[in-house]
Design a protein around this ligand. Structure first.
Ligand code: GRF
Length: 220
């Protein structure tokens, strides 16, 4: 059982790198069909090329509308044979018609404990609010930005003296573990979307799953 996936990324690509590492270690039952994005010079795409994975960068400026860009991009994703799309630092809002087509088959990682702090500057917002805890979420993608059903979360404590940079740096390794565990659970069929909810081992979850010490997802 191997799940064909496409990864969309706009930048650095450390979450993609975490998926590639897990796959290389024989721990992630996926096949990387395509790594694509909106920035031709993204390090994520270079890394994919180095791994022999097909890549594609489309320039939004050469399309008349968001919808046309997204339709072109996702036509390529579909043609790749991918059955799951993983947004890993993909910095564009996706057209609602396209998100509907990929309903239950597209996930995103977001650096906050959703539903808190959708959009940008999540570390700043957590600090400003005086939160004792911060974290990252992996969710199924809906038409609403960072708004679909949350699959799982990783949490970290906010420490005295934390800055946006220190929080981001401490959260990133947890994001990577969360990303790998989430893709792994979908690939193995233990997590799926059904009727707008996340199902885990055949039952809807009441709260986001959490990472256990071994890096697997567990009921909260
Ligand atoms: C991560 O913080 C992710 O949560 C957010 O964008 C960042 C991407 O980092 N959506 P990378 O490109 O995977 O290194």
């Amino acid at each position: 059982m191997t799940l064909p996936i496409a990864v969309l990324a706009s930048g650095r690509g450390s979450n993609l790198a975490a998926l590639l590492d897990a796959h290389a270690a024989g721990k992630l039952p996926v096949a990387f069909k395509l790594v694509a994005g909106d920035k031709a010079d993204a390090p994520a795409l270079r890394n994919a090329e180095a791994h022999g994975i097909p890549t594609l960068a489309l320039d939004p400026k050469t399309f008349a509308s968001r919808r046309e860009f997204d339709e072109a991009l996702f036509a390529n994703v579909a043609a790749s044979g991918a059955e799951l799309v993983v947004l890993a630092g993909y910095m564009r809002i996706i057209d609602a018609g396209v998100t509907a087509q990929w309903h239950g088959r597209m996930i995103n990682i977001h650096p906050s404990l959703l539903p808190k702090y959708r959009g940008l500057h999540t570390h700043r917002k957590a600090l400003k609010a005086g939160d004792a805890e911060h974290g990252a979420s992996v969710h199924f993608v809906s038409a609403e930005l960072d708004g679909g059903p949350v699959i799982a979360q990783a949490r970290i404590d906010v420490r005295k003296g934390d800055t946006e940079d220190s929080l981001a740096a401490r959260l990133l390794p947890q994001e990577h573990r969360l990303m790998v565990a989430s893709v792994d659970a979908i690939a193995r069929g233990t997590v799926r979307e059904h009727d707008g909810a996340v199902w885990f081992h055949g039952r809807p979850i009441a709260a986001p799953l959490r990472l256990d010490a071994s890096g697997s997802l567990a009921a909260a």
